[in-house]
Ligand binder design. Structure first.
Ligand SMILES: O=C(CO)[C@@H](O)[C@H](O)COP(=O)(O)O
Ligand SMILES: [Fe+2]
Length: 226
């Protein structure tokens, strides 16, 4: 966990009831979420299709919480402005999403949004070394992106630790989160390794009581050294 960073919980609406998305966003806001995580999938970078800027724009009026938009699309550059205008507060792109990630991060910052980079399980931490000065958020994928409800890959713990150490050396206030398979069993280990925010889809929307589910994840930081 990065210094002085309280643990944040970002439920992913990928596991929400898509027929009632507005209500589902308002419900996790009321249940104590810190950020709303919105997974955008294109059927090309990942083998699934979710939703785009029009849906995000329609959801914007249902919560004032930061919209944390995880773009699993390739290319992303032609759409960054549309996501910014739709109401994204954070735009998280993939380090594997194209040859010009540096430029895409510059564009996100120029749009006045927090810039994030996500890293797939097969990509080493060292891939981040040349762009860390441009990011506010690092999202470590603890599943292969594309679907909710997958099993947390414990092989990623070493990478979380390595990225935390890179962040500490940079001296910048960069948030580091985990995404995929996060639940009350895996959250404490992810936090112990260095995560300071948790993205969780099924572990929140799969429960009847969203507030209890969020609070169970938040309390996962108790009992760790953080
Ligand atoms: O980005 C992704 C999947 O690609 C995630 O944000 C999922 O939505 C997380 O779902 P769970 O693994 O928590 O069910
Ligand atoms: Fe995600």
């Amino acid at each position: 966990m990065t210094k002085n960073a309280p643990l944040l919980v970002a439920p992913s609406i990928l596991s929400a009831d898509f027929a009632r998305l507005g209500e589902e966003v308002a419900a996790i806001d009321a249940a104590g979420a810190d950020w709303i995580h919105l997974d955008v999938m294109d059927g090309h970078f990942v083998p699934n299709i979710s939703f785009g800027p029009a849906v995000i724009k329609a959801l914007r009026s249902h919560s004032r919480l930061p919209f944390d938009v995880h773009l699993m699309i390739e290319p992303c550059d032609p759409y960054l402005q549309a996501f910014a205008e739709a109401g994204a507060d954070h735009i998280v792109i993939h380090i594997e999403g194209g040859p010009h990630v540096h430029r895409s991060l510059q564009t996100i910052r120029a749009l006045g949004k927090k810039a994030g980079v996500a890293i797939c399980p097969a990509t080493p931490a060292s891939a981040l070394s040349e762009i860390l000065d441009l990011v506010d958020i690092v999202l470590v994928m603890t599943v292969n992106p594309g679907f909710g409800g997958q099993k947390f890959l414990q092989s990623q713990f070493g990478k979380i630790r390595e990225i935390l150490s890179m962040i500490e050396k940079s001296g910048r206030a960069i948030r580091i989160g985990v995404d995929g398979g996060v639940d009350r069993d895996t959250a404490p280990m992810a936090i112990e390794a260095g995560a300071d925010f948790l993205v969780a889809g099924s572990a929140v929307y799969g429960q009847d009581d969203y507030a209890a589910a969020i609070s169970a994840l938040r309390s996962a930081s108790q009992g760790t050294d953080c």
